[in-house]
Design a binder for this molecule. Structure first.
Ligand SMILES: CCCCCCCC/C=C\CCCCCCCC(=O)N[C@@H](COP(=O)(O)O)[C@H](O)/C=C/CCCCCCCCCCCCC
Length: 213
């Protein structure tokens, strides 16, 4: 029987595929499922990564709480969440106040990390067997995510990245079989992740939500 606590890239990919509706909406249930799958992967990397997975878990939980709350219907899709929170002034737009943990602000943090994931997976896909995942991960982090983090987080993240296993061991943890198969799955996963990212980026840009504090 499949171990529900074991990371499966195929399941993560399936969740991100399912989160895109035919109408171009992003279903939060599956979006968050994809993130939960990624957190499983982080958990298998050891305690040096706990501070990162704890932050992701906290943010996933905030969004899950909205989804299961009295206004849960408004949180079915990212689009409906944005509309509901913006229309009802439930988002702190310029400085942290009563709505510091709005759904929009919380999801923005995951959305930015999704861009990191997209870059990292692309680097991983095209890298040679002897490439260091620590270098690939650091490059992707510096390119897109580091600018949003204070010095102390950047430092801790960079130290943690040094603990990453080799590309071969990394692929083993991915639980997907031989390298060629993982590379093929990554090729399939990337457009899905990119589309999810692009739709969210456009939506947030239209509403002026890309710099939420
Ligand atoms: C297909 C499988 C291969 C790749 C698997 C990767 C698995 C990655 C899983 C989870 C990624 C974690 C995402 C973390 C979300 C971070 C959100 C964030 O930016 N939070 C910061 C800002 O929040 P607020 O303070 O404004 O509330 C927060 O300060 C950050 C705290 C923790 C550090 C975040 C560093 C993120 C580095 C990117 C992930 C590296 C994972 C490496 C593992 C390969």
């Amino acid at each position: 029987m499949a171990d529900p606590d074991r990371f499966s890239l195929a399941e993560v990919l399936e969740s991100f595929k399912k989160c895109l509706s035919d109408e171009g909406e992003i279903l939060q249930e599956h979006y968050l499922e994809g993130w939960k799958g990624l957190v499983k992967f982080m958990s298998s990397l050891g305690s040096a990564f706990s501070f990162i997975s704890n932050d992701a878990v906290t943010k996933i939980q905030i969004l899950e709480d909205y989804r299961s709350g009295v206004n849960g219907q408004k949180y079915l899709t990212i689009q409906s969440m944005v509309k509901y929170e913006v229309d009802n002034e439930l988002v702190d737009l310029t400085k942290r106040g009563d709505h510091w943990d709005s759904g929009c602000r919380t999801l923005l943090r995951l959305h930015r990390a999704l861009r990191w994931l997209q870059l990292f997976l692309e680097k991983l896909r095209v890298a040679s067997d002897n490439s260091k995942t620590s270098v690939l991960c650091t490059e992707a982090y510096q390119d897109v995510l580091a600018k949003y983090h204070p010095w102390i987080i950047r430092k801790a993240a960079t130290v943690a990245f040094y603990m990453l296993p080799s590309r071969a061991n990394f692929f083993e943890v991915m639980n997907m079989g031989p390298t060629e198969k993982v590379v093929a799955i990554l090729g399939e996963a990337l457009p899905v992740v990119a589309k999810t990212y692009d739709i969210t980026e456009d939506l947030y840009s239209q509403h002026g939500l890309l710099d939420l504090p």
